[in-house]
Design a binder for this molecule. Structure first.
Ligand SMILES: *Cc1c(COP(=O)(O)O)cnc(C)c1O
Length: 383
């Protein structure tokens, strides 16, 4: 595979990617439930039933594999559907070490389903390698990390975690949603599985929900495919097409969104009503060095503390261009209130420990003009 990243966003890996039989430029939406057989035990197209596989979805999966350097990728109907299948790889009694600062939905998944299924989930500060090493037990099967994490932007050293995982025969699973494969390739750093919420940067337009599991081991990829076929959460053909279209501009979107985010983060630092800014692109961020050693950028997610709950609420209620909404990574700038909107399932103690308080806001910087984003925030801060 010699083509560069931008090219692969558009064409995948031309050597292996599925091509449309009519050579359509925009890959068609194969909106069909089933595919015909020409005789028993034989189908010449290689496709049977869309729950299992579909050409439009396959085309997308091959592009994502090419971007993440994966042997196999499975596309799901949401990031959570992908994460649910990922946890189906484990059995009752298995111990899994997870970053303590995690996407709120993953904590709800553990509380509602993981515990019932006998998984022993332990939340650890994965920025502290000694803490990760100390948490490993004989029944530990995996280390699950988000870096940068949601919402506190903690940075975990992926190479060091991969080394620990290899020494102990564990899987290293990395949620790469915040940086996308444009800025970070966890498989190349030693991770076994990469997770994406495709609803965010990959599709990039706040118009669809999708998820991915990418792995560098063909055997693991085959297990994930079978679990997807069995549980039935695969991505629909139309949604696969939307993500494929969004991906074509991934590289340029990531660059410009990051450029905007740097300007917004620097502006936020100067605001008297802002007490702390969490952005891995700031040299003062505690994970700055580790992040630049494992990623080529910082992304466009910024969390910050305001001086009071009143200020936080005023900003949320007064923004006009920036939209008060959950989600992230799309063309539109979105701001949200983690304590209420995205992290209600995190225990009170953990929220206090992580500093997810009533003064914390999380901003996803979009593709609008940076000056317009800043003027909107400026008027929202004013009393
Ligand atoms: C949004 C998100 C998810 C969940 O993905 P959905 O597509 O909303 O189901 C998982 N991890 C992270 C880091 C996310 O931001």
């Amino acid at each position: 595979m010699n083509e560069k990243f931008e090219t692969r966003c558009i064409h995948g890996d031309p050597a292996v990617s599925l091509q449309d039989r009519y050579r359509a430029i925009s890959f068609p939406i194969y909106q069909t439930a089933s595919f015909s057989h020409i005789r028993t035990g034989h189908n010449d197209s290689g496709f049977d039933y869309t729950r299992e596989s579909n050409p439009t979805r396959r085309h997308l999966e091959e592009i994502v594999s090419s971007l993440e350097g994966a042997a196999g990728t499975t596309a799901f109907s949401s990031g959570m559907a992908a994460i649910s299948v990922c946890f189906e790889l484990f059995s009752p009694g298995d111990h899994i070490i997870c970053s303590e600062d995690l996407y709120g939905g993953v904590i709800r998944l553990h509380n509602l389903i993981g515990i019932k299924n006998g998984l022993l989930i332990e939340y650890v500060d994965t920025t502290d390698l000694q803490a990760v090493a100390d948490a490993i037990r004989p029944n530990t099967k995996a280390i699950y990390v988000e870096t940068p994490s949601n919402p506190m932007m903690h940075i975990t050293d992926l190479r060091a975690c991969a080394k620990l995982a290899q020494e102990h025969g564990l899987l290293l699973i990395a949620d790469n949603t915040f940086l996308s494969p444009y800025f970070q390739n966890p498989l190349a750093l030693g991770a076994d599985i990469v997770i994406h919420s495709g609803s965010k940067f990959l599709s990039g337009h706040n118009d669809t929900i999708a998820g991915f599991l990418c792995t560098k081991e063909p055997e693991l990829a085959a297990r994930i495919c079978l679990l997807s076929k069995t549980t039935g959460g695969a991505l629909a053909p139309f949604d696969s097409w939307l993500v494929t279209r969004g991906l074509k501009t991934l590289a340029v979107r990531m660059e410009r969104q990051q450029e905007n985010a740097v300007k917004v983060a620097e502006w936020l630092l100067e605001q008297p009503q802002v007490t702390q800014v969490f952005y891995p692109g700031l040299k003062t961020h505690p994970g700055y060095e580790i992040n630049i050693n494992q990623a080529t950028g910082f992304g466009s997610m910024i969390s910050f503390h305001t001086d009071s709950e009143d200020t936080a609420l005023r900003v949320l209620h007064k923004v006009k261009l920036v939209i008060f909404a959950e989600s992230l990574g799309g063309t539109e700038s979105l701001i949200t209130y983690p304590i209420v909107q995205t992290h209600p399932d995190v225990s009170q103690e953990m929220k206090e420990h992580l500093n997810i308080t009533k003064t914390l806001l999380r901003l996803s910087v979009g593709l609008e003009n940076a000056d317009d984003i800043i003027s909107d925030l400026k008027q929202a801060f004013e009393k």
